[in-house]
Each structure stands twice: as structure tokens, then as C-alpha cells.
Design a protein around this ligand. Sequence first.
Ligand SMILES: Nc1ncnc2c1ncn2[C@@H]1O[C@H](COP(=O)(O)OP(=O)(O)OP(=O)(O)O)[C@@H](O)[C@H]1O
Length: 508
Amino acid sequence: MSHFFDTPMSVAVRLRPMNSMELECKSSTAVKRTPDGLPHVSVDFHESFAFNYVFDQRDTQKDLFEACVQTRLKRLLQGFDVTILAYGQKGCGKTYTMGTDFNGVMDDKVGLIPRAVHYLFQYISTLKKSYTFRVSCSFVKIYQEELFDLLLPRNNLSSRLAGPGLTELEVSSAQEVTDHLMRGFAKRAVGEKPSESHSILTLTLVARKLGGGGPTSETTTKLNFVDLAASGCWIFGNDADRSKGGLVALGNVLNTLAYGEIAPEYIPYGQSLLTSLLQDSLGGRSIRLLIACVSSSDANVSETMRTLRFADRTLPVMKKPGLRLDQQHEDDVSRLKDIIQQLSGELLRAIQAVAKPDDRQRLEDRAKNLEKKNLKLHQELEQILIDTADADVRGGILAKHIVQSKTHVRRIMTMLGLQRQQEPGPQSVQSEGNQLLQTLVELNRIVSDTTGQLRARDNLYLQTHSQQSWQQFNNGGGDFGLEANAAGPEDHVSTQQQGNDEYYYDSA
Ligand SMILES: Nc1ncnc2c1ncn2[C@@H]1O[C@H](COP(=O)(O)OP(=O)(O)OP(=O)(O)O)[C@@H](O)[C@H]1O
């Protein structure tokens, strides 16, 4: 078992460089990554948003792929559907980022789809000793609430889907997928502009574990790349522009999912074709990454704000900071957790082998209990990491956790070693179980201490920050058009502006 630190829903913001028109108009930069190194975006210096990742003009396609897509692809084999969506105003880089317009040349400008497909086929080829894989591909366009199959081998036109299911083509290499992508993209553009339709490229991966005959030995997961229609000046319900209605529905679904555990029947998947089609890959065991593509220019600030608000509302309220973790740390923690899991299993099997039947149940229960505690500790730690907005502190906690986990692993290994040497009876097994329990209690104590320290630190930060904001507000309150004494400092803690409830709509 391994864990991942990102929440199921993550948001990456990508700031595209100014285009020639913006440069000609001599527009200035209004949207920036904040200089503190955190994944925050500031708009016009007075509005800021916190996301999981922020990429600016200096970041390359490779940076984006490696930071937020690569690790998610491995989750496919752990039974998660992975959905990557690009959202944003017309011309802000959705297609460029996704690589939906791939031209067959694998250069450094190539977007996510070709990179992901190559990575995936390479990755599964390393697992061929343990798994067999079947991969199939479908590619559709949704335009004005109608579905078009882009892989139907007919003429040059995309075919509206009236009858049975989608074309799903079996593929055995990255090249085959990108060939289908290129053919499909050419069809997407027929009839209307690509910016007016959504396109979804789906890879379905069926992994069968070799040597496993049980019902769970085959896993089917989906990887979706969704290049959404451009957001912009539109009104929900306008029949002439119904593809945009899919964006409203998508916003509603992601927003509802952000509230946490909600029964599927309350999630409004049925509001559009887009959300119905993606239903399985948006809820349940899915990992979602929304890439909000925005312009950095002051000429597009109002549309950029709408995009950022859309993205902001898809994130769970409690997990907004959700900062990117250092990859090395994440890998270390994940590896150690796997080792602990494996060793705990071995310990359990060793206990079963030596204990008398009447002791066995009790010891098994105890071992299971330890396992649960261990899992809870990991979950607490992950929560702390997600809730902590300071990269240095997070790094410190992780480093500490790694040392603790290593000690923990060493102790379990020592116990196993002793067990094997001495072939102990139930009593010694019990005392080893107790030692393990002690270790876990100790680990638990350290985690709660750290949580306490972090909470105290966060409270202090919020207090100081709110006092500073209040002072600034009092000094220049007139600019805000508010009475200087209308609210107390506690009302100014957050820099995150709450948009109005109709944020999906453009009333212009
Ligand atoms: N991060 C970036 N770096 C360099 N060029 C970019 C970047 N993002 C976008 N571009 C360029 O900007 C132009 C518009 O990008 P793109 O077509 O991807 O926008 P889009 O959001 O998909 O637009 P539409 O909604 O019309 O489909 C393209 O020429 C693309 O190469």
C-alpha cells in the first residue's frame, strides 16, 4: 500500500506568456506567482488565490508534466481513474498545455497527452513480468450537447453518435495513440472552432496480475484528458452556446465534490453530457487535476478572475494550501510506508506460525490493531502536511517522519530477526507485540506534539497577519470605499476573495 499526498482534486494554474496582441497593446503584467515560493497567484496585487501548483512563463511543458502528471499516472495501476482537465479563456493555452494539437514531433513544446502516453507505455513495459495489459483508446467531441466520435474510420468528418457505443480502439504503443490523436484532432476542427467544443481522449487500461486468479486480479481504470471549450462571455441556458453549459455543470459537479463525502445521487452529473460521460472518472476512486490556463496580461483580468474563482471553488475548503511536496521526500515516505506494511504482514505471519491456537486470535487482533494505528498515524501526518502552508516546516516534518519511520522499520526488523532466531513461544511474541505498540504510541505522541506546535504557529501567523491587514486597511481604508471602523481585524484574516454565487455566469 502506498499513499499520495495530493488530495483527489488538485488545481494547477498556468500563466501563459503575453501574446503578440497583448504586447502590441503594451499591456502590463497583472497576474503573477507570488514571490514567496508558494503556489499562490496574485491578481493586480490585491487579490490572491492558493492552489496546488502554479506555473508561470518560465516553466516548460516538461516541468508541468513532471510536477503534476507523472506521479498521477502510476495511480492508474492502483485502481484510480485519473482525469486531467484544461479550463480557461479562449487562447489561454488549454490545447497547448494538453498537447491535443500534437503534430507528430516529440520536441520540448509537446504537451501533456503525448508525454503521458509515452510515459505510460514505458512504465507498463517495466511491469510486464507481473502484469499483462490491454489498452484501448477513444476520442470524442461534445459540441452543443451532442456527442461526436472522432475515431470512427469514416471520411474526414467527425460522426455524430446516434446509435450504439463509442469506437474504442485497442492500442499497443504510444505511437498508435498519438496517431489516433492527430486524426481525431483534425476531425474536431471540422464544422466549428475547437474552442467551442470539449474534447475527451480516454485511455482504458486493463491490468491483469499474473498468477492471481481471484476476482480482484484484474483492474480496469481510465485516463481522461479533457480539453474544455473556452470559458468566456456566455450565459447558461443559451441554446446557441450549449457546450458552455457543460462548463457550468462541470463547475457544479466539482464544487459539490469539494464539499466532501456526498452520496453520488446528490452530485449533479446529469446536468450535461460532459459530466454524465465523465461521471465515473470524476467521483469515487478518481484523481482529478484541473489545469486553469490564464493570461498574465491586465487586458484579461476580469476573465482571469473568473477562471481562478472557478478553479478555487473546486478545491476542498480545508485543503486549499495543498502545497506541492518535495518529490524525494514523497518517494521516501511512500517507500517506507510500503516497507512497514510488508514487515507488519511478515510479523503477523510469524505470530501466526508460533502462537498456540488460543493465543492466536488475540495476537492477530492486536497485530491488526497496530496496523490500524499505523495507518491512522500516516493519515494524520498527511493531513498535517496538507494543512501546513509553510514549505520549510513541511520539509522538517517529513524529514523527522522519515527518521521515525526508519527507526520503526528497524525495530520491526529486529523483532523479526529475534523471532526467527529464538523461535519464541506466545509470551515472547506478546512482549514483542507490546514493544511494537509502544513504538506506535511514541510515534503517535510525536505526531500530536507536532500538530500542536503547528496549530500554535498558524494561530500566531493568522493573528499577526490580521493585525497587519487591519492596520493597512485603517491607513488606506478610503480606497476600499468602506467605513474604516465597519469591521474588526478578525474580518480581514483571509486574502482570498469570495466571489458571488453566480461565478459561473457572465452577466455582461
Ligand atoms: N505556456 C505557453 N507558452 C508558449 N505559448 C503558449 C503557451 N500557452 C499558449 N501558448 C500559445 O498561445 C496560443 C493559443 O493557445 P491555445 O490554442 O492552446 O489556447 P486555447 O486555450 O486552447 O484556445 P481555444 O480556447 O481557442 O481552443 C497558441 O499559439 C499557443 O502556442
